[in-house]
Design a protein around this ligand. Structure first.
Ligand code: PLP
Length: 377
């Protein structure tokens, strides 16, 4: 990355890990379909096998429980749709602050009733409310591990335990959480978990779904029977190999890494809180170590992001996906905030590659940009 640029959009896409990239480049240079039995085919198959082991080890699963996909969106679609259509029950419990990949998968189901549990004003969904929403005909509970916009962690271990005791499949979208907190699928009693490569130092267009051995699922994509028959299609061996290396690296030394990142997050929060008419969105405690999400009254988040871009600071307003579709974030709406806080949101997401000096410069840039925009109105 250009030295002048301060990249604070790591929750949208993180920089690619150099060893992961090297592994992908090597495989791109040697054609070989992993289903072919010749030397190059076996090389690709071996790279996939190794990556399956790395992904499984990172979340405490078995390699046979990892299904490679085209990313977090596909993993969420598979979790919701494959689990929903695998039985006769027709009710799903989820939250109002899930990523669109989960919300729109639920919406697309035919003949299902969906309960959307709202968060409190700090961005937390209570496990009690999830438990109350569950019915005898609940086919799936899907609750994200950490929110992509406001960074709040959800009580997935408590929800997992509850679902396990009632034999209700439990899915968690861990796209933002992996690499930031240790996740073990046995400890949180998850039946399904989604991960995306480009959030953890891998290449975009790749991800995986963890599906507990023995869980009943119907495939979404039919074809040649790859990925245990659950996701047919020739595997993207270079991206999968890269994801294996990236997840292994990203899940090392999580406590040390997150302590370093949290310090920068808290410093940035302290500085931005001093800007008049600003609020931190989501609780400061129990939130992703790199997530800073603020709203500034009277300005548009998009204009703020564009002004910061001109100053060399890369950020997002709400979430990158929301920026594509226009309209205000469903997450901010679900927090029940007064209208003045809805349109001026700014998400700055910090990684271990950022420095305290960059954080100071970014804070000064935000102060300047907010001043500039406010004086223009
Ligand atoms: N789930 C969450 C929580 C996300 O933040 C994202 C991406 O921003 C996704 C799912 C979708 O992942 P992908 O971009 O790999 O499709």
């Amino acid at each position: 990355m250009n030295k002048e640029i301060i990249y604070l959009d790591n929750a949208a896409s993180a920089p690619v890990n150099p060893s992961a990239l090297a592994a992908a480049v090597e495989l791109f240079g040697s054609v070989g379909n992993p289903s072919s039995v010749h030397t190059e085919g076996r090389k690709a198959a071996l790279a996939i096998k190794r990556a399956r082991e790395q992904c499984a080890a990172a979340i405490g699963a078995e390699p046979s429980e990892i299904i490679f996909t085209s990313g977090g969106t596909e993993s969420d679609n598979m979790a919701v749709k494959c689990a929903a259509y695998s039985g006769k029950k027709r009710h799903i419990v989820t939250t109002a602050i899930e990523h669109a990949a989960v919300l729109n998968s639920c919406k697309a189901l035919s003949g299902f009733e969906i309960s959307y549990v709202p968060p409190d004003e700090n961005g937390f969904v209570s496990a009690e409310k999830i438990k109350k929403a569950v019915r005898t005909d609940t086919a799936l509970v899907s609750v994200m591990a950490a929110n992509n916009e406001i960074g709040t962690f959800q009580p997935i271990a408590e929800i997992g335990e509850f679902c396990c005791n009632r034999e209700i499949p439990f899915h968690t979208d861990a796209v933002q959480a992996i690499g930031n907190i240790p996740i073990n699928v046995r400890e949180i009693k998850a039946d399904l978990l989604s991960c995306s490569a480009h959030k953890i130092g891998g290449i975009p267009g790749c991800g995986f779904l963890y599906a507990r051995n023995g869980l009943k699922l119907v495939p979404l994509i039919d074809g040649g029977g790859q990925e245990y028959g659950l996701r047919s299609g020739t595997e993207n061996a270079p991206a999968i190999a890269a994801m294996g290396i990236a997840i292994e690296n990203n899940c090392k030394n999580i406590p040390q890494k997150s302590a370093k990142i949290s310090q920068m997050r808290d410093r940035l929060i302290d500085r931005l809180k001093k800007i008049p008419d600003s609020i931190l969105l989501g609780s400061q405690n129990n939130r992703l170590c790199g997530n800073v999400c603020f709203s500034f009254a009277g300005i548009s988040g998009e204009s703020l992001v564009l002004n910061l871009d001109l100053m060399g600071v890369r950020a997002s307003s709400g979430s990158a996906c929301i920026s594509n579709t226009g309209g205000y974030s469903h997450v901010l709406r679900a927090l029940n905030l007064p209208e003045k806080w809805i349109s001026g949101s700014l998400r700055l997401s910090i990684s271990e590659h950022n420095t305290p000096e960059e954080i100071e410069k970014a804070a000064s840039a935000v102060e300047k940009a907010v001043d500039l925009l406010r004086s223009a109105y």
